[in-house]
Design a protein around this ligand. Structure first.
Ligand code: ADP
Length: 393
């Protein structure tokens, strides 16, 4: 049975086509610059890569071409083989705590929650509508980034601000990367062979969030009302004192959204280093003793360690810490530095094992008090699994 996982952005559409019998990826790819000049697509399958520039006026154009090409390239024989479409949906507000079959109500709710995710939710709706138009009889499933975090208690998700803000406007912590943290949780369950464990999942990529998990459920997470909160990221500041905003507005003659833009796009690694948002560039500069880059890297490590320490106490001890996403899966030195700072909690890692990248690997030593794993995340597979489960075998 074949299931397609879709991640729609405002001008892009990413897909992975799975054969669910063995959960293998048959094809994957990206449609880019939809509605802009220079639109194009890339499809990868069986070690081949097809790239083509093509006019894509709308997301529906992208979906039509995608499905045509899947057949033309003999990746599938007919569209009937695609039994379900799973969509990554960013914001489900307080309403969605699990994945759901997509109905008109879900689309309406996505539009309703667009205030919370103005870039993402409208794009997600475009993706759903495009597939509805082209594959009207195929069941679709929505998998929300926020859903996994809905198990947080009020004490965790409320901000200490006027309660009316929450009641009237939905001001609360929602949390993001939920599909990735849930994937990591499921992997931890398989590794440990039980459901009752305390896990800290560190999804550290260009965006990043840390999640505290007890008995398979999210207890707290570092991102908040928006993905700007929490740890320091590639271009995002993470947690800062909000009084900085009016202060910088005044000093630079900017409005609130311009300063917010600086916090989202010009801060984090990029802001502190002044040179790059990419940890690889930062680390290359650290090697040549670039002081700004050493500062940026040190601050990054500190901000991740702070959240791990906080969640260690919150969970009353931890059974497993997992690293995932771009930095977590690939950066040997960042993992090592984070773990060295956790030595006071009894964390010990094997420096040889820590050299492995791109695969699931235990990097803690046998006498470490906490298991430490690197687990490559797979949000697309999680979406496909949820889709399969909800459409029924
Ligand atoms: P996104 O949040 O956009 O999904 P990813 O999870 O793909 O991001 O992570 C991308 C980031 O991972 C890059 O910006 C880079 O900082 C980091 N990264 C990737 N490979 C390495 C590596 N070998 N060493 C250090 N950092 C890496």
């Amino acid at each position: 049975m074949k299931i397609i996982s879709i991640n729609t952005g405002s001008s892009s559409l990413k897909f992975s086509l799975f054969e669910m019998n063995d959960e293998s990826v048959i094809a994957s790819g990206l449609f880019e610059r939809i509605g802009m000049e220079g639109s194009c697509y890339t499809i990868k399958f069986k070690g081949e890569k097809v790239f083509q520039e093509v006019e894509l006026y709308t997301h529906t154009d992208a979906v039509k071409i995608l499905l045509d090409r899947l057949v033309d390239l003999n990746i599938i024989h007919s569209l009937n083989e695609i039994r379900g479409v799973g969509h990554r949906l960013v914001h489900g507000g307080s309403k969605y705590s699990t994945s759901v079959l997509i109905t008109d109500t879900v689309i309406h709710d996505l539009e309703e929650f667009s205030d919370f995710a103005p870039l993402h939710n409208p794009a997600n709706v475009l993706g759903i509508q495009a597939f509805r138009e082209v594959l009207p009889d195929v069941l679709m499933v929505g998998v929300f980034d926020t859903a996994f975090h809905q198990t947080m208690k009020k004490e965790a998700y409320l901000y200490p601000v006027p309660y009316d803000w929450y009641k009237k406007y939905g001001v609360r912590k929602y949390g993001f990367h939920g599909t990735s943290h849930r994937y990591i949780t499921n992997c931890a369950q398989k590794i440990l062979g039980r459901d009752d464990f305390r896990l800290i999942s560190c999804h550290i990529g260009n965006g990043g969030s840390i999640c505290a998990i007890r008995d398979m459920k999210c207890v707290d997470t570092s991102m908040g009302f928006t993905p700007l909160a929490g740890i320091m990221m590639g271009t995002r500041s993470g947690d800062v004192d909000p009084s900085i905003i009016p202060y910088v507005m005044e000093k630079e003659g900017k409005n609130a959204s311009e300063v917010l833009d600086d916090l989202n796009k010009k801060s984090g690694l990029l802001g502190l280093s002044g040179c790059s948002n990419d940890m690889r560039d930062i680390l290359a500069q650290v090697d040549v003793q670039n002081e700004q880059c050493i500062l940026a890297k040190d601050k990054y490590v500190r901000s991740v360690v702070n959240y791990i320490a906080q969640y260690y106490v919150l969970l009353g001890g931890v059974d497993m810490i997992c690293f995932t996403a771009g930095v977590g899966e690939n950066s040997i030195s960042v993992r090592r530095e984070i773990c060295e700072k956790l030595a006071c909690l009894g964390v010990k890692i094997d420096l040889d094992l820590n050299h492995k990248c791109g695969e699931m690997v235990k990097i803690s030593t046998d006498n470490s008090s906490i298991l430490v794993y690197v687990i490559p995340t797979d949000e697309e597979l999680m979406i496909a699994r949820d889709t399969l489960q909800l459409i029924g075998r």
